[in-house]
Design a protein around this ligand. Structure first.
Ligand code: TYD
Length: 207
């Protein structure tokens, strides 16, 4: 039976991963694959409602522990309603952010809560990505880009550049920890060069 293929994109705010996830989805669709492009927090009706709760408002709106519960609840709904059904139908699922974002943003931002993130993940999230593309980016450049969007979803961008620096190093450490599924791409190149790097990694993995 076809198992489908599950890809996540990760990176700091403004790394360009959303653009790259879209471009990969378009490329694979053009190649004749059935592709579901989704995002976190969100990706299902319930999880999109939780998205508004976690991304809008004051940076101290939630404690880190409460946030971990909210992100994990959103992910569980996203899994049940979007990701697992698509994989069962043999589709390629591409998600813009997944559990590695919780490991970094909630696991690192206010003390070391990585153990809690991992415990909840192991209890509640039945499937990990087959492949994770990390778009690595200088946080000063990334944050300028992210801020220029002037959105309402700025809770984490408001944490500032020091946290984004910590996050970049954290993502690179995660890539070493989960080296079997992580692929690190240099996000400082122009958009098409990044896309070509992503394709080079992916064509080796997807026939
Ligand atoms: P996203 O929509 O990917 O924003 P961007 O395109 O700017 O990267 O993500 C929104 C924010 O949510 C981002 O600041 C990271 C944060 N986030 C967490 O803190 N924990 C999580 O588990 C996820 C999935 C996202």
């Amino acid at each position: 039976m076809n198992q489908g293929y599950f890809i996540s994109f990760e990176g700091i705010d403004g790394s360009g991963k959303s653009t790259q996830a879209k471009r990969l989805a378009q490329y694979l669709t053009d190649q004749g694959h059935q592709v579901v492009l989704t995002r976190e927090p969100g990706g299902s009706i319930g999880a999109e409602e939780i998205r508004a709760l976690v991304l809008q408002g004051d940076p101290d709106r939630w404690s880190a522990e409460t946030e971990i519960l909210l992100f994990t609840a959103a992910r569980r709904d996203h899994m049940e309603r979007t990701i697992l059904p698509a994989l069962a139908a043999g589709k390629i699922v591409i998600t813009d952010r997944f559990a590695d974002s919780t490991r970094m943003y909630q696991g690192l931002s206010r003390g070391d809560l990585r153990g809690l993130v991992d415990r909840l993940h192991d209890m509640m999230i039945p499937r990990d990505p087959d492949c994770t593309i990390l778009i690595d980016m200088d946080p000063d450049v990334g944050l300028t880009r992210a801020k220029s969007r002037h959105g309402t979803e700025e809770r984490f961008e408001d944490f500032g550049v020091d946290l984004q620096r910590q996050m970049r190093q954290g993502f690179l450490a995660l890539a070493r920890e989960f080296s079997d599924r992580f692929h690190v791409i240099d996000g400082m190149q122009d958009e098409t060069a990044v896309h070509d790097d992503v394709l080079r990694k992916m064509t080796a993995l997807i026939q």
